[in-house]
Design a protein around this ligand. Sequence first.
Ligand SMILES: [Zn+2]
Length: 214
Amino acid sequence: MNYSFRKKNKIVKYVVLHYTGMKSLTLAYQKLLSEKSNVSAHYLISRDGTIINLLCPSYKAWHSGKSKWKTHSNINDYSIGIELENKGHEFGYSNFTKIQYSSLKKLIDFMKKNFNILDENIIFHSDIAPNRKQDPGEKFFIKKIGVNRFKSIKILKKKYNLNELLIFYGFHKYYLKKHKKSCICAVKRSLNYKSITSLQSKKFLKDFYNLLFH
Ligand SMILES: [Zn+2]
């Protein structure tokens, strides 16, 4: 399978959540283990809740691709990648299963303890590559694994404009400059909107504000 050695100055700080986006678990498993695929991940969680450890987190897996978050680039350097079995937007996007959430919660709780991962650092592929990726997508409910990503953000004023909210959320300045519409779509996925468009409504701004500062 594909992997690299971690650099000593780059410490694991993030967990990146994905969906497999493949027609079957077997195909996803084969792809994640194949050297030709140019991808890999540390963990795969099937729809029946089985946790498959593909790579030891002390090695770097290739799950994020070109990616940026906050002030970091190449998020593989700093992260553990977890793939959730789901056919994804291309092949029939479905709800994640109850047992998948419960296995993911166990794994995340283990990560929090062993790697000191903070809730705010459990992130989505769609956050760190909004112009290219949609996963795990709007059918993924992070609350179901007991994670509150934005609990440490403090309210300093009553109103923020969209750009300020997008910065608080964590998008890298490159994406805000070049792919702002994709960033809005990523936030809507995070809010579990059923329809994902880059349109900005008053309701969206209110929901976004509440997501960050509830
Ligand atoms: Zn992904």
